[in-house]
Design a protein around this ligand. Structure first.
Ligand code: TRH
Length: 381
């Protein structure tokens, strides 16, 4: 049992924002809440600059919100001069540079070596979580696979200390919510309005959703940060003049990561995608609809079904069917005309069940705490 104080986190951006979003959030938690010295090695700083605008995308080294952020150009970094950490965390299978691994093999004691995997609610995750995998060439080194997840037998989810208290304060403070809406260029919705935030991938049935919302019997505020969803919203608005019903469409700039949380907290229904916004929607404890990252051979459908069956397990059959119906419509691209009214009619109870779901998730340790415990107390090296 020894405390490991220096962590190196490696992240290669595959596409979109999730890789950098998760790696930064985790690094910040390790630094801020666990007192670790964290270097986050990122190969594309422009993505971090979108999420955290104080980032200088041209700098090789800088501090962003307490995290030492380094540009990761594997061939340009002199690892021996930089020194290696006590704990090496590679995110999503990005390979730690070989010279760094060679230095790890020579170090005594060897650093702990962990690969953080993608999030999935599938049952096999519990069996694979924390398994070791000896390195084929650097024999003394063993890498462990760490899986985030929704149960106590996984690594848990990223959840900052005090997050839910801040959420509750925000949600119970009308003035704060109205100030937030104004600050993002949105007129505060009236109490009877349904506020919907929209974040999704290309190919999602934006028009079908917006057409269904235009038949909603009351005002609907649809807010989409810049991206595929905001472009689809603007295009729909252009076409739908005269047939928009009560829909007010707001295409807004992409928000800094912490402000995006506030959009999720302030909305009544959140469309989210990928990994990190999906988790944040659960902490917002508002009804939400998830679009998993599209994968070959429909692997994302399996992930979707696995999550839905956990999330709807505490709901009665009709509510579970309403949730599944809307998630199916969003992910399959058809059926909004019936799925939306069925969901909307049960929205209050679904909101209650989502809050319960959030409470249940909070009974597990958060991911940063679980990782620190694993590195300090479980691994021996
Ligand atoms: O951007 P994503 O599609 O990222 C994806 C997933 O992580 C996926 O699993 C992975 O394979 C792929 O990247 C490479 O969706 P995700 O995970 O929700 O990340 C979006 C991040 O952007 C999240 O941290 C929230 C943040 N965000 C903002 O900061 N401001 C915004 O206005 C919006 C809409 C999002």
């Amino acid at each position: 049992m020894s405390e490991r104080s220096h962590w190196d986190v490696f992240c290669r951006i595959v596409d979109n924002f999730g890789d950098a979003g998760v790696a930064f959030r985790l690094s910040r938690g390790l630094a801020r809440e666990h007192g670790k010295r964290v270097r986050l090695w990122l190969d594309d700083l422009t993505v971090l600059a979108k999420l955290h605008p104080e980032t200088d995308a041209g700098a090789d080294a800088q501090f962003v919100d307490g995290v030492e952020v380094r540009r990761w150009q594997p061939d340009a970094v002199h690892w021996r001069a930089e020194g290696i950490a006590d704990v090496v965390l590679e995110t999503f299978g990005c390979d730690t540079p070989e010279p760094y691994v060679a230095a790890m093999a020579e170090a005594k004691p060897h650093p702990r070596w962990i690969n953080l995997e993608y999030l999935s609610a599938e049952a096999w995750v519990e069996d694979s979580h924390a398994l070791p995998s000896p390195h084929p060439r650097f024999a003394p080194l063993t890498r462990h696979f760490f899986f985030p997840g929704f149960t106590g037998r996984t690594g848990g989810l990223l959840r900052e200390r005090g997050l839910l208290v801040r959420r509750d304060q925000f949600q119970s403070d009308l003035g704060a919510r109205q100030a937030f809406w104004r600050s993002i260029g949105v007129e505060p919705p009236p109490p009877e309005a349904l506020a919907v935030s929209l974040f999704g991938y290309a190919g999602a049935p934006y028009d079908g959703l917006l057409d269904a919302l235009s038949r909603h019997p009351g005002p609907v505020w649809v807010v989409a940060p810049e991206g595929v969803a905001s472009a689809a919203l603007a295009a729909w608005q252009g076409r739908a003049s005269g047939a928009k019903g009560g829909v007010r469409a707001y295409a807004i700039p992409f928000l800094p990561q912490d402000r995006y949380d506030e959009l999720l907290w302030a909305s009544d229904l959140n469309f989210v995608r990928g990994e990190d916004s999906f988790v944040r929607a659960q902490w917002a404890a508002k009804p939400f609809v998830w679009q998993p990252y599209p994968q070959a051979d429909e692997a994302h459908r399996v992930k979707l079904d696995a999550f839905l069956s956990r999330y709807t397990a505490g709901m009665d059959r009709a509510h579970a069917a309403a949730v599944t119906g809307l998630w199916d419509a969003w992910n399959r691209g058809e059926g909004f005309a019936t799925a939306w009214p069925a969901f909307d009619a049960r929205r209050e109870i679904i909101a209650y069940a989502t809050r319960e779901w959030c409470h249940r998730l909070c009974t597990h340790a958060d991911l940063a705490t679980a990782l620190v415990d694993f590195a300090d107390n479980v691994l021996v090296g």
